[in-house]
Design a protein around this ligand. Sequence first.
Ligand code: GAR
Length: 191
Amino acid sequence: MKRIAVFASGNGSNFEKITEAAKEGRIPDCEVVLCVCDRPGAYVTQRAARHGVPVLEFSPRDFESKRDFERLIADRMDELAVDLVCLAGYMRIIGDELLNRYHGRIINLHPALLPAFPGAHSIRDAFEYGVKVFGITIHYVDETLDGGKIIAQKAIPYDGKDIAELEDMIHTEEHRLYPEVIARLLKNELN
Ligand code: GAR
């Protein structure tokens, strides 16, 4: 059984899709064993409670440094024997402590075709730039912002004027692709 931790900062719709996919066997032989959240009370924590997934929530400002709260996270993940860390709307750059201890085992979902439009507002940035082919990227995490080797991408053409419609299209595709890519990664079908 592979054990994954999902990190999220807010809504947590991708956390929920991954958890459901694991429970329903669409990510075979896999269990979501931890939800890590850096904003106590964020909606993702309610989703986790509904699914019976333990939550590690913390406020970064309660710690002296990133290293300190990442040590707490990594210690907890070691105890749970986590195999793979999936960032899903975790709006924080991963630091050395986690990168060293979970090297090559942290992946991220990003709502743009990287390396274009990194950062926290990529859908809006791409829309305002006049982009016609949007998309999503799943990539390994390294010390750079939204950098790291790309694992999978999906292009989403959109020529309309309604950013809410575009966001819906992107989120729908994220909910389908992320669990599928996690499943293939755990089966060593991707690199
Ligand atoms: C997702 O769209 C994800 O791609 C994005 O945050 C959203 C989280 O939604 N991540 C980033 O922008 C990372 N730079 P969710 O909380 O409903 O899963």
